[in-house]
Design a protein around this ligand. Structure first.
Ligand code: TRP
Ligand code: ZN
Length: 866
């Protein structure tokens, strides 16, 4: 594709939320005609347009890299001087209120390495339009508040592209001369262009059906390469479960006669919710026991649900502008989290979600790229598909659901969907629907949409023996973030319980509303000092600081009836020891060894939960607890504690490892939980220093009948130095070298490894013949994973920074969106010593000095240097 916008000036334009204006022209209908060819695809578009309001502004149609071959208005071919092209935008002066505008362009999908717009992937042609990819396909007002009915005709070679798919329902198809054929798809639901999609290729279908709650039959299709058909069963089950769940929990029914999903190998993100034609990164569709871990299976289930749920939260009710992105993403993540919890374990799902929030979102909120869930400005919207928009956004919805209770929250969501069906809405519309439908006032709560930064809440408990009462003082502070030096107090729902250490019970779970900077809550009837359990269920996305002793934490880790709080107490116990050790204090490790022993010996606990509880916090999480991160000291301390827990409880770990060996594979919760605990046991056996650690891990690697156990054994071995390590990596490569998704694990496992040579290993893997910048999954598996490996990435030599910067610079020329997502780890320099900080900044400066740098990377690297 002739790309006339690959180079940008040093400072890309800033788009501001406050500048929003309604569209000048609407497009109620669009007819698209594609003549498909990998090198030269013809796209003809016929737009019916109407003037919106009273104005005399020309029609402006966004385009990126497009050359108009013909422009017609009401059937008349315009002379070249009757239109203009300004930085890609087609401008046509028009009088009157309504017209038909036709344009024709030619695309070269095979040369489209950005994977935005129409592109080729493994012999398929497919599209990705969110956020602003449609302008790379045809001239159009590429903004989400222009909703149109689509009528799409696809023509292509019948051998090369036997399957022709687009949004909506198939209405007609036929054969043409010269081995060609065509298909017509009509989508009756008006939609913004970011939801447009087409797929053409040689695909096989896993077909099924779903009968909706009103009795309509929907044909379901999951389209993959023929050889992948056996790997689609889990995705199909997830789809049907999601459809039933959205009916049961939100009263939302599917609305078209067909629902198609296509898996593609080259994809910038997880998946895309195009109306009636979801397109997926194949890693979130394909799963079988031999190649997918339990984490992969859960990923398939969660992402299938996420995209399906968008049909209501995103498609039927869409976003007015991209500043409202969290309206659909935060709400939809909240919905998929609850779905997955209902399908499995609520306790474990909450722990996993909070761990992800802390690892990705808290880091973002504490750095130079911090932004509110509804940002005020951006340069490149692709950079705002962030953990803040998605995961903090979900937490904001979760807090509303908690404050309202299930019934009132449902009343609010019913009102939201009914009131805004068919519209492009705002976050404010959602909050207002919650207020009216749920009968509440969210005035102060709205600050969660406005203020960035993770609030810190300090909780201090004072016991008054004479008055037999306790006072809980809560203080909140929100750190300054870019553009927001001063913050107002938030409305923070804090679930709290006070435990009686003698009876192990508590005096009721209470929802305290912290709305001021400092607030005091008094509880009567406490002869003895109680133990505080706070932010239960992680009721608010805050950093909680308490004055709990190690004894209090040990008590909660054994007795708290809120599973998240119990997990949290154990984590805090471990954090205190490890952070203390890094600071040079010797804190008794025995309390943790005893607490771990307690948890693994308690038969009443779910093994999956135990596995979460007894794992040490990650090196990155420990780093987040310190003002200045010392990667080497953190690694040494964590390694030491892991060895101690391994060695002291070695017989227990061996016993667990032996008795959790399954006879045959199952995806039941019990079987998954057993595998999870078995892998933790293996980790501790290996960490214990036992002579046979490598042999036991290698045996599990060899004997496993599933990828969960094989990959875990490989990961443990990859962090060690032994002949078993080398043998396992070589065998894994030989076995899976032709299976891209599984080979990704080989790259990723080595990039994640806590091995002293990881930097050199990753550098070598970057030159491996199977490494390619053309596939985002492969890039993320190697360099994305590596940048998340604190000890390796922050190697004192600075070589890790250079490696990632080299990758960003090279990838930016092909795929700026994916390149930009590798920048944030370099932007955390303020948290490191002067030596590391200087080297990180030097790499950011080197990136910024690249000629022709994309807007995507310019924004991320520029902000990261501040
Ligand atoms: N809307 C998609 C989702 O959350 C996200 C997405 C898919 C995306 N592909 C993209 C975002 C490309 C930016 C660019 O499900
Ligand atoms: Zn989404």
């Amino acid at each position: 594709m002739a790309d006339i916008q690959t180079t940008h000036a040093a400072a890309p334009a800033v788009i501001r939320r406050s500048d929003y204006l309604p569209p000048d022209w609407l497009v109620p209908d669009i007819a698209l005609d594609f003549d498909l060819d990998p090198r030269a695809t013809r796209v003809q578009a016929r737009l019916s347009i109407t003037r919106n309001g009273v104005h005399d502004r020309p029609l402006r149609l966004d385009g990126e890299g497009l050359v108009p071959l013909a422009v017609k208005v009401d059937g008349r071919l315009l002379a070249p001087e009757e239109w203009a092209l300004d930085a890609g935008t087609l401008i046509i002066p028009l009088s009157g209120g309504a017209h038909n505008v036709e344009t024709s362009v030619e695309l070269a999908p095979e040369g489209n390495s950005k994977l935005m717009g129409l592109y080729a992937s493994g012999g398929l042609l497919c599209t990705q339009c969110e956020a602003e990819g449609f302008r790379r396909i045809t001239f159009f007002p590429d903004r989400p508040d222009v909703l149109s009915r689509y009528d799409v005709r696809l023509t292509g070679d019948k051998t090369r592209y036997p399957i022709l798919l687009a949004n909506g329902d198939p209405v007609d198809h036929g054969d043409l001369e010269g081995g060609r054929h065509w298909a017509r798809w009509v989508d009756p639901f008006p939609k913004p262009c970011y939801l447009f999609a087409l797929v053409a290729g040689d695909l096989a279908c896993n077909r099924d059906r779903f009968v909706t709650m009103s009795g309509r039959e929907v044909t379901l299709g999951i389209w993959v390469k023929d050889a992948d058909l056996p790997r689609t069963a889990h995705a199909m089950k997830a789809l049907k479960d999601s459809m039933a769940w959205d009916e049961r929990v939100y009263g939302r029914e599917y609305d078209l006669d067909v629902f198609n999903i296509v898996a593609v190998a080259d994809f910038n993100f997880g998946a895309m919710e195009n109306k009636g034609l979801n397109i997926f990164n194949s890693r979130y569709i394909l799963a079988d026991p031999a190649t997918a871990t339990d984490v992969d299976y859960d990923g398939v289930e969660g992402v299938v649900a996420h995209e399906y749920f968008h049909n209501w939260s995103g498609n039927r009710v869409t976003c007015r502008d991209w500043f409202q992105l969290s309206l659909k993403e935060g709400f939809t993540v909240f919905r998929d989290q609850n779905f997955s919890a209902d399908m499995g374990s609520h306790a474990v799902k909450r722990i996993e979600d909070v761990r992800l929030l802390r690892a990705a979102q808290f880091q973002e909120d504490a750095g130079p790229l911090a932004h509110p869930i509804r940002p005020e400005s951006y340069m490149e919207i692709s950079n705002f598909y962030t953990a803040t928009i998605y995961n903090k956004g979900a937490e904001i919805i979760r807090m509303m659901a908690l404050m309202l209770g299930a019934e009132r929250f449902r009343a609010g969501s019913d009102l939201y969907f009914d009131r805004h069906d068919g519209e492009a809405a705002t976050c404010e519309d959602f909050v207002r629907a919650m207020e009216e439908g749920g009968g509440t006032d969210l005035t102060q709560f709205r600050r969660w949409y406005e203020q960035a930064g993770t609030p810190r809440v300090r909780a201090m408990l004072h016991h008054d023996a004479a008055a037999q009462s306790v006072e809980l003082v809560l203080e909140q502070s929100i750190p300054p973030t870019p553009g927001q030096p001063d913050k107002q107090p938030m409305a923070i729902p804090v679930r709290t319980a006070l435990f009686d250490p003698d009876t192990d019970g508590h005096h009721g779970d209470q929802l305290l509303m912290l709305t001021q900077s400092r607030q005091s809550f008094v509880f009567e009837g406490f002869a003895a000092p109680p133990i505080l359990s706070i932010n239960r269920g992680f009721s608010a996305p805050v950093i909680m600081e308490t004055n709990s002793s190690q004894d209090d934490l040990a008590f909660l880790s054994a007795h708290d009836d809120d599973p998240f709080a119990r997990y949290e107490a154990m984590q805090q116990l471990m954090v205190n020891i490890l952070v203390g050790q890094v600071a040079g204090q010797a804190i008794d490790e025995q309390a943790v060894v005893a607490a771990v022993c307690n948890s693994v010996s308690d038969p009443s606990l779910d093994p999956a939960f135990v596995a979460e509880v007894v794992r040490l916090p990650s090196e990155a999480y420990l780093g987040d607890q310190m003002r200045l991160v010392d990667p080497d000291a953190i690694h040494a301390a964590r390694d030491g504690l892991q060895q101690r827990i391994g060695a002291e409880l070695e017989p227990l770990w061996r016993d667990i490892h032996a008795r959790t060996k399954a006879d045959g594979f199952s995806l039941s919760s019990a079987a998954k939980g057993a595998r999870k605990l078995r892998n933790v046991a293996l980790l501790y056996i290996a960490a214990s220093g036992a002579q046979d650690g490598d042999a036991i891990a290698f045996a599990q690697f060899n004997e496993a009948d599933n990828m969960t156990e094989r990959q875990a054994a490989l990961a443990i071995l990859a962090s060690r130095s032994s002949s078993e390590r080398d043998a396992a990596l070589a065998q894994f490569y030989d076995r899976y070298r032709d299976d891209a998704l599984t080979l990704d694990k080989w790259f990723q496992t080595q990039a994640f490894a806590l091995h002293p040579d990881t930097v050199d290993i990753v550098a070598a893997l970057g030159r491996h013949p199977d490494f390619t910048l053309a596939n985002p999954n492969r890039v993320r598996s190697l360099f994305g994973a590596f940048a998340g490996n604190q000890w390796a990435f922050h190697h004192g030599s600075g070589q890790g920074y250079t490696l990632v910067a080299d990758c960003i610079i090279a990838l930016d020329k092909l795929n700026p969106q994916t390149a930009a997502r590798l920048v944030p780890p370099l932007g955390r320099w303020k948290r490191f010593d002067a030596g590391r900080a200087g080297m990180m900044r030097a790499q950011l400066a080197r990136i910024l000095a690249e000629p022709g740098l994309s807007r995507d990377v310019t924004e991320q690297a520029g902000k990261s240097l501040d």
